[in-house]
Design a protein around this ligand. Structure first.
Ligand code: FMN
Length: 236
């Protein structure tokens, strides 16, 4: 059985750092993860989305009543309004491993990635709401294990947990929170820092990140059989 990967890039820079002038570090990291993965599991399907090329439409007025109307009662116009969000949710549900490139933009994630988040957090699909429960919100992506890998890059440094700027890092921690809200709690972050400073500190940070990716691919491939056996059991 194959492991299904969902690979999403979001950097506004089109190329990969080290291979293209002014290339993206998060594209470099996510490409390294996928390449490393495929070296040992070449048959695993990878769905790819480039949110910088095809940004999801931000939530607009018509989206809200459409999402809160039960599926069977939606008008054709409401179905059309939700079509992109439905596709994003479907891709996420089908994935076992989510690999996300997450550049830090103004202490948060790029707006394209936030639009993706707004598309995948869907009542009745990825979270449930029951006002009769003490905690009315229920994560719905809990039927089988999924893992998320957040590959981030920052111009400055000190944004990791425990660092002097951790409190103003609203990029990967915000993604962790939202993924946990829908049921994905196995989340790993690898960061490059010092992108704006460059030189040796950046080179050392990149080397450490690439080494950590090798280890994370190995540990994720070790976790995969548990995810797959649950998927198999659910499909039977
Ligand atoms: C619009 C924009 C906003 C940025 N904001 C921050 C920031 O708040 N903090 C920071 O450390 N770096 C910031 N940076 C630097 C990026 O985090 C850095 O260039 C990172 O490498 C971007 O990822 P990428 O290389 O994949 O494009 C910003 C860069 C851009 C283009």
């Amino acid at each position: 059985m194959t492991v299904r990967l969902l690979h999403i890039d979001t950097s506004a820079r089109p190329g990969r750092a080290g291979e293209h002038p002014h290339g993206s570090y998060t594209r470099r990291l996510s490409h390294a993860f996928i390449t490393r993965w495929q070296a040992t599991r070449p048959g695993d399907p990878v769905v790819y989305r480039d949110l910088a090329v095809t940004p999801p439409v931000p939530v607009q007025h018509a989206w809200i009543p459409s999402a809160f109307t039960p599926e069977a009662q939606r008008t054709p116009a409401q179905q059309a309004t939700l079509a992109e969000s439905d596709a994003l949710v479907r891709e996420l549900r089908e994935a076992d491993v989510l690999v996300l490139g997450v550049p830090m933009y103004n202490f948060g994630m790029p707006s394209t990635l936030k639009a993706w988040v707004d598309g995948i957090v869907r009542i009745g699909l990825t979270f449930g709401f029951d006002p009769g429960r003490p905690d009315p919100y229920m994560p719905l992506l809990v039927e089988r294990p999924r893992r998320a890998v957040l590959l981030t890059s920052r111009g400055g440094h000190g944004f990791d947990a425990g660092g002097p700027l951790a409190a103003v890092n609203h990029a990967d921690p915000a993604l962790r929170d939202v993924l946990a809200f829908i049921g994905i709690t196995d989340v790993h972050t690898i960061a490059v820092e010092h992108e704006e400073e460059g030189g040796e500190v950046l080179a050392a940070s990149l080397a450490a990140a690439l080494g950590a990716i090798d280890a994370l691919v190995a540990s994720t491939q070790a976790f995969a059989p548990a995810a797959l056996s649950t998927r198999e059991a659910l499909a039977a």
